[in-house]
Design a protein around this ligand. Sequence first.
Ligand SMILES: [Zn+2]
Length: 423
Amino acid sequence: MTGKELFIMKNKILLAIADGLGDRPCPSLDGKTPLQYANTPHLDRLAEKGSCGIVDLYRAGVPVGTDFGHMILLGGYDLKDYPGRGPIEAFGEGVELLPGDVALRCNFASVDGDFLVKDRRAGRIREGTGELARALNGLEIDGVQILFKEATEHRAVLVLRGEGLSDRISDTDPKVEDHRINFARALDGSKEAAFTAEVLNQFLIRAHEILGGHALNQKRLAAGQLAANAILTRGAGKMPAIQKVTEALHYTAACVAAESTVLGVARLAGFDVMTDSSFTGNLDTDVEKKAGMAVGALKDHDFVALHYKATDLMGHDNRPSGKVQAIEKYDHMLACVEQLIAAREDLGNVIIALAADHSTPCERREHSGDPVPVVISGVNIRRDAVLKYDEISCAAGALCRMKGADFQATLLDYLEVSPKQGN
Ligand SMILES: [Zn+2]
């Protein structure tokens, strides 16, 4: 045996995720899918140098949301682990939830003295919400701790932390103006739901008192602006007892993305999150900077996920040619990734994988259950006969058709972190 054969480099994984990438034949693209139609030399070369397949994220024919799709790709989680939007948004804003916490998405709003909603977004308030949130954060009601954090513009997240809480409570956001706040009700007969609704309603009343008297709101009123003097809530979700995958399997991971939903899921899975104001989630996002940040993160992480959003937006807007353009930009991002990795000798053996969190066919303008094309590419990956990265070519590859959690497990096995079964 030669020394060369004995030398084994540690594998690292860079997983690129093009949101909503999968599609169906488009008449305006000569009956091809946007991925078949687009000019993608770098994606094709990755397909050529590895194993290809198609993936049903959860189950064949079942569409998934971006949140659950990423829970599967990043953490191999199951539907029973899905915590709902409230907790994912809370993680997205950097609030680390504990099992049993109930999280809700919120708006700052303007109400009159009778809780009649005058503006659901408090005049689209942009500044000062951090100050207002700090006035509410840390309150305690009937032994329940209140965590409150501002998010983008008029949005915020609320976390109730304590014993005996339930997420089976109604939304308090009336969804229309000139209606009173719908004070929370229990959605089942449990005492936990009744208790949680009561705590939340007490909080809404306290929040109205505190915000109404806040100096920032006095200033807003004096300047002819609406006061952000109330909180509307929706999407209560209880944090299930799930483990961070990186802690469960002892590896390090990072996620580079713009979208708070994706960043939230990444945090929930135990990933470090990295973002930048130049990442817009649209066609004008800075893909070179994104690629640089992802490759940089490989230095200190075993697994790096690099998320790209524009493909999904074009599907939702039914713009096949826009999706082609978004895919060609994604191809350029992967070219940057490959170049940057090639220039580094300190990263070990980097395996590049390609995936998507679901299909968003232009004709449907929504997520569908169509499987997505995937690739695992690298010098130590079995090469199949596939030469092109698209929905049809990849279906003939060595990975065949697999579920999302199996794809995630397959990737993790290259990190050698999954325990051997049997002896
Ligand atoms: Zn998505």
